[in-house]
Design a binder for this molecule. Structure first.
Ligand SMILES: Cc1ncc(COP(=O)(O)O)c(C=O)c1O
Ligand SMILES: N[C@@H](CCOP(=O)(O)O)C(=O)O
Length: 475
């Protein structure tokens, strides 16, 4: 399997090359040259496999430059009861008639990011050891990617992590989870800006080929294809838990921001997993809902990116949308380049409403969308608690709100649970007047000493900081 860039000006690469490279040199995102297809016999064979074995089967379709025995061992080491607290790894539970929730947030940092990040940590460690190299990861987080990455990479040999987050925009729990880590290989950077500023800096630094080569910069956001492909696995695992035979179609509702999670659903659907619809749920930062309803993609600046009570989705420039638009346009790299490089840079928007491909998108790709506000999420949290004592985090509540609007009788709808309520206790208190349960290992983390560096939203300032740390530690 080879990988190509959505912008068409990068060489074809193998999996382990793009694992370390992250962003393609032309500024595009890597995607597989073709999506491997699954058939009925394969689905039958995969039903009943453990999560680790299923992960191995799916990853094997995308990775042919790691020997199968090694890849199998990496999957077995990653997806364990000890790490994910449940033998099923991502169990599905019913919420109400026809509505289920896939529990993706039982890992070390209580968010769905652990599902892919734990694997990525082990893949990076394996590949760097094999090459005898090191890597400096530069990441951007709105609250959950950061801690998932730091927990996955703590103490890993040869890997340093520089994680940027929007200053003052994460919940108290998320802030403490990251900033209380004192490991030498972790640098937290609080950026004076929003998540999109942080992600722009990741792309700007990765786009400086000399700096990237000199300082061995890698990516851990869903820019990195390895993150997306690892997330594909739980769409299959969920499907097998909700159905008994492959003729049944199911729907997914996905709380969305950077479009990584639902992009994995799109990939699973392209592979032939019987998914009928992929329902995108946004918060008040509704660029994705606007795009899927109208065909107009209009990114918003810092001043128009709201600080909401589902803060991890406070994103106005959805990186992975580029992967979907590439497919939507029949994998036309020059058009994708024109839209995502030129037009977004010059006009901060593009318009596909008049394009036949966009008008057929709903039917061909199954996407639907909707939006949830602060009042909606409080109401959904109260309603689910009142009916069945199911406690939802604010992001999952956004997913449930929009799922209910799109649910059709006889098609099971699964909402992906993207975080646990304890990470957003303020909103839970506001909705229910009670505290969410807190795992013992996180008791009192808000009171631990914090270590972080404050920097302006400026790529040069971040480069200077990285260079100082790297040189300081090498001297
Ligand atoms: C809790 C939570 N929900 C939803 C999302 C949105 O997911 P994505 O960015 O993959 O669309 C995120 C961040 O990515 C998140 O941390
Ligand atoms: N919501 C995310 C934003 C980054 O998304 P990613 O999937 O590209 O890493 C976060 O919690 O940081």
């Amino acid at each position: 399997m080879h990988y190509i860039s959505t912008r068409g000006h990068a060489e074809r690469r193998k999996f382990c090359e793009i694992l370390l490279e992250g962003l393609a040199p032309d500024g595009g995102l890597y995607v597989p040259e073709t999506y491997p297809l699954v058939d009925d016999a394969m689905l039958d064979r995969w039903r009943g496999l453990s999560y680790a074995d299923l992960a191995f089967e799916i990853l094997s379709l995308y990775i042919d430059d790691i020997p199968p025995t090694d890849l199998n061992a990496i999957c077995a080491k990653t997806y364990t009861l000890e790490v994910f607290g449940n033998a099923r790894i991502a169990p599905v539970r019913p919420l109400e008639t026809n509505l289920h929730v896939a529990e993706l947030s039982n890992g070390p940092t209580l968010a769905f990011k652990d599902m892919a990040m734990q694997l990525l940590g082990n893949l990076l460690e394996y590949e760097l050891a094999r090459r005898g190299e090191g890597l400096n990861i530069l990441g951007a987080t709105s609250g959950d990617t950061g801690s998932a990455a730091e927990y996955a990479l703590r103490g890993k040999k040869g890997i340093r992590i520089f994680m940027m987050s929007p200053r003052g925009r994460m919940s108290a729990f998320q802030t403490a989870q990251m900033f209380s880590l004192q490991d030498d290989n972790i640098q937290n950077i609080a950026i004076e800006g929003v998540f999109d500023d942080c992600q722009d800096i990741v792309k700007a630094v990765s786009g400086d080929a000399d700096f990237k080569r000199l300082h061995r910069i890698g990516a851990i956001n869903s820019i990195n294809w390895a993150r997306v492909v690892a997330q594909v696995v739980y769409y299959f695992s969920t499907y097998f838990q909700v159905t008994t035979q492959n003729a049944t179609q199911i729907d997914f509702a996905v709380p969305s921001g950077n479009f990584g999670n639902v992009c994995a659903g799109h990939v699973a659907r392209m592979m032939g997993l019987p998914i009928s619809r992929l329902v995108i749920a946004t918060n008040e930062n509704d660029v994705l809902d606007e795009f899927f309803r109208t065909g107009v993609y209009r990114v918003r600046g810092r001043a128009d990116t709201y600080a909401t009570s589902s803060p991890s989705m406070d994103i106005s420039k959805a990186s992975n949308l580029e992967r979907f638009v590439f497919d939507l346009l029949g994998r036309d790299a020059s058009r994708t380049n024109l839209l995502f490089d030129k037009q977004l840079r010059e006009r901060a928007s593009f318009d596909l409403s008049g394009d036949l491909a966009f008008r057929q998108a709903e039917a061909r790709f199954g996407f639907r969308s909707g939006k949830s506000t602060h009042a909606d999420r409080l109401e959904t949290i109260r309603d689910m608690w009142g009916r069945s004592k199911a406690l939802l985090d604010p992001h999952t509540a956004d997913g449930v709100k929009v799922a209910r609007e799109h649910s059709v009788p006889a098609t099971p709808m699964v909402v992906l649970e993207t975080a646990l309520p304890v990470k957003f206790a303020g909103t839970i208190r506001e909705a229910l007047g009670r505290e969410p349960d807190r795992p013992q290992r996180f008791e009192g983390i808000e009171y631990l000493p914090k270590r972080f560096k404050v920097l302006p939203a400026d790529a040069q300032a971040v480069k200077t900081f990285i260079a100082e740390i790297v040189q300081g530690e090498t001297c």
